[in-house]
Design a binder for this molecule. Structure first.
Ligand code: ATR
Length: 288
């Protein structure tokens, strides 16, 4: 029930119609008894500045911003959390005196999802496919958690070089190297943890994977796909067929939302049972 004291929150995105965040966040509010309401807010990229300033003037307490807006709104924030600065993208805003503080909960969501799945990162040889926004959060998590090596495979080597240099500089060790996606056969023959962070294979293009060679997948002991629709991507099918373990991006999506909810409502914890119920509701809404 919305009253005069309800904390008003929302997700700024364009398109926003398919966002699962309103369902997820309102469900957490209902289950934890927090007086909180979360709305979809369609905001075009060119209106991000006006929208962030307007939301603050309207006393919105917390906000999510999705992919296309993640970097745009950074100049209009009062403060940016260290992890979000390092990743170079903000997806969660928390109201403070004089403006919003920006956070990135994608990295926290991915880390928590991998921990829950008992996927080890320290000392691992890793492959990261893609060098976009999602890859940045993944690269940051891998380097921070002590991966031994991360080979970045990307279609455009230039994009990958920028990300690898940033990460190596930030962590003060040459953890990341770059290879063109087409040169995957040059990878040293080892057993890898691989994270797929491109949009290749996402619904409705579910019959694609970034690499279509079964030999490549024989080197992968665990394959994590950031994509969650479909729940089993073609990348995951290749990894499974070669005997590896798989995880999709659904738990990451769930946990980045929980990390945001817990930032907005200090002291409130989402129990594993609520996580499970939220997951079931969200799954039933996915297309494809
Ligand atoms: P996001 O923020 O969701 O990660 P993005 O920043 O647009 O999205 O990044 C998309 C990533 O997917 C990039 O690494 C892109 O490769 P390039 O840097 O070479 O453009 C990758 N990507 C997108 N479509 C691809 C395709 N058909 N084959 C291979 N890589 C693709």
């Amino acid at each position: 029930m919305i009253s005069g004291t309800t904390k008003i929150c929302g997700v700024m995105a364009d398109p926003v119609e398919h966002s699962l965040s309103p369902l997820m966040q309102n469900f957490y509010a209902e289950k934890t008894g927090v007086d909180f309401a979360y709305m979809p807010l369609k905001v075009a990229v060119e209106d991000v500045e006006a929208a962030v300033l307007g939301a603050y003037a309207l006393n919105f307490v917390c906000m999510n911003v999705t992919v296309q807006h993640k970097q745009q709104e950074m100049p209009y924030l009062k403060e940016i959390d260290e992890d979000a600065k390092a990743i170079g993208a903000v997806n969660t805003l928390v109201r403070m005196e004089g403006g919003y503080k920006g956070y990135n909960t994608d990295a926290a969501g991915l880390l928590r999802a991998m921990r829950e799945a008992k996927i080890q990162l320290a000392g691992e040889d890793c492959i990261l496919i893609g060098a976009g926004g999602a890859a940045k959060a993944a690269a940051y998590v891998l380097a921070k958690e002590g991966a031994q090596t991360v080979t970045l495979l990307n279609r455009h080597v230039g994009h990958a070089m920028v990300l690898a240099e940033e990460i190596n500089h930030r962590f003060g060790r040459p953890v990341m190297t770059v290879l063109a996606l087409s040169e995957y056969a040059l990878l040293p023959k080892k057993s890898y943890l691989a994270i797929q962070s491109t949009s290749v294979g996402m619904y409705p293009h579910s019959d694609h994977a970034p690499i279509e060679d079964p030999d490549f997948y024989r080197m992968i002991h665990t394959g994590v796909d950031i994509v969650y629709n479909p729940m089993e991507t073609k990348f995951m099918q290749y990894v499974s067929a070669a005997g590896g373990r798989v995880m999709n991006g659904f738990t990451m999506l769930l946990y980045q939302g929980i990390a945001a909810f817990e930032l907005w409502n200090p002291g409130v914890k989402i129990s594993p049972q609520i996580v499970e119920e939220a997951g079931m509701q969200m799954r039933s809404r996915l297309k494809g």
